[in-house]
Design a protein around this ligand. Structure first.
Ligand code: ACO
Length: 381
């Protein structure tokens, strides 16, 4: 069935867009974000700078940056109806990605007519407010109002905890958001492009992208990767624990990647960011354990799966970093969305600028000569 001429399952290897936003080189382990190697940008830029870069093609001047930060900060508060919806969702303990999808569709309620660039700012500014409010509501707490004097990343941590974060915590989150901001034509980005290519609106494109990111094959497995480190508990248990898993034919979470056949460059950047965060907090125990689990896992994967080049992926250090920032596991994927939204929107701008309606073909493999039967004559098949 899959051998039909021209049919490529999953569109693997098909080039379906041109972009200036990111280049993923899985053989060399290289990720370029709008011209900058990831390691050059992620640990230095604020999230606002990276977002501006993706949307405008260059880093902002000081004047542009101040204006952009101010505009985003003013847009952070949610419409009352969005908060009411989040409260109702929390009473039913709806998973955070579903709550984010529902709330995202309501973000323009208090805005009137807005064009795509204006809606882009509204949605980007309000995603952290939704996720932080929902995280607190799920835990039985009240939402914390945004603080316009804080940066996008610092304000997200503030709204989660009610306390202003340290410089090290803010830097760690900025680095994380920059690291996941864009990654080629991944499934959620493609979904956003397909929707906006019909000349639909920005909100619809982002709601679709959230729906795609929610799926476990995309939003990833940072939770299970962290659970594994906790279950191992001590470096000397790593080898026996991981060996047993591999002997049972199980996969080690946080290792292997469809595209990267060397170490995921995002793991490198996040590993360094996690080390700095844990060092600043003065407790390196979990970081050291994770490092030794990683070393053992990579060695055992080479032994059990020779030639497969199974290396650490982005999820492993995402888990460690976000846990170090005090985030609940349930908020890991929505926090990924808070970073990736800048990429989704950048791709929507590109698509609006020069894209065609995305309309591939399907190869029909059904019957062709059936005859109509009156309903009373039909039997179930
Ligand atoms: N642990 C053990 N074995 C593995 C792992 C792993 N983490 N990853 C791949 N393998 C093995 C497979 O069992 C397979 O072995 P076989 O040929 O003997 O059957 C071989 O390596 C190739 O595996 P595929 O599934 O074909 O490789 P693919 O490129 O499709 O897999 C994937 C990529 C799904 C990420 C895989 O490596 C995996 O399941 N990893 C663990 C889960 C994880 O970390 N997910 C997050 C990925 S990052 C992201 O989504 C942003």
């Amino acid at each position: 069935m899959n051998k039909q001429k021209g049919f490529i399952p999953g569109l693997e290897g098909v080039v379906a867009a041109q972009t200036r936003l990111s280049r993923v080189d899985g053989q060399r382990g290289e990720l370029i974000i709008a011209g900058y190697p990831l390691a050059e940008l992620a640990g230095k830029a604020t999230f606002e700078e990276t977002t501006f870069l993706l949307w405008h093609g260059c880093l902002p001047t000081q004047t542009e940056l101040t204006a952009f930060q101010t505009e985003l900060a003013q847009l952070r508060p949610l419409p009352g109806a969005t908060l009411t919806l989040l409260q109702a969702a929390a009473r039913k303990q709806i998973p955070p990605m579903d709550a984010l999808r529902m709330a995202a569709g309501t973000l323009s309620l208090d805005m009137g007519e807005r064009d795509a660039p204006q809606m882009a700012q509204v949605i980007t500014a309000r995603f952290p407010t939704i996720v932080a409010a929902y995280g607190r509501l799920l835990g039985g707490e009240t939402a914390v109002s945004p603080d316009p004097t804080l940066s996008h990343a610092a304000n997200y941590l503030y709204m989660l905890t009610g306390a202003a974060p340290s410089a090290a915590q803010t830097r760690a989150l900025e680095t994380y958001l920059n690291t996941v901001v864009d990654h080629g034509l991944n499934a959620s980005t493609f979904a956003a492009r397909v929707i906006i290519a019909t000349q639909s609106d920005m909100t619809s494109a982002i709601v679709g992208a959230v729906g795609a990111l929610k799926g476990p094959l995309h939003g990833g497995a940072p939770g299970p990767a962290l659970d594994m480190v906790f279950e191992i508990g001590a470096a000397e248990r790593a080898e026996s624990y991981l060996r047993e898993k591999l002997e049972r034919g199980e996969r080690l979470m946080g290792f292997g990647h469809r595209v990267y056949k060397v170490r995921d460059p995002r793991a490198e950047v996040l590993g360094i960011a996690a080390e700095r965060l844990f060092a600043a907090d003065g407790d390196m125990a979990l970081y050291s354990l994770a490092k030794s689990v990683e070393k053992t896992a990579v060695a055992l994967l080479a032994e059990y799966k020779p030639g497969r080049n199974l290396q650490t992926n982005v999820e492993f250090y995402t888990a460690l970093l976000l846990h170090g920032l005090g985030l609940e596991t349930a908020l890991f994927t929505p926090t990924f969305a808070i970073g990736r939204i800048a990429g989704w929107i950048g791709h929507c701008f590109e698509q609006l600028e020069n894209g065609r309606l995305i309309r591939p073909k399907a190869a029909y493999i059904g019957k062709t000569h059936l005859k109509w039967q009156a309903v009373e004559l039909r039997t179930s098949q």
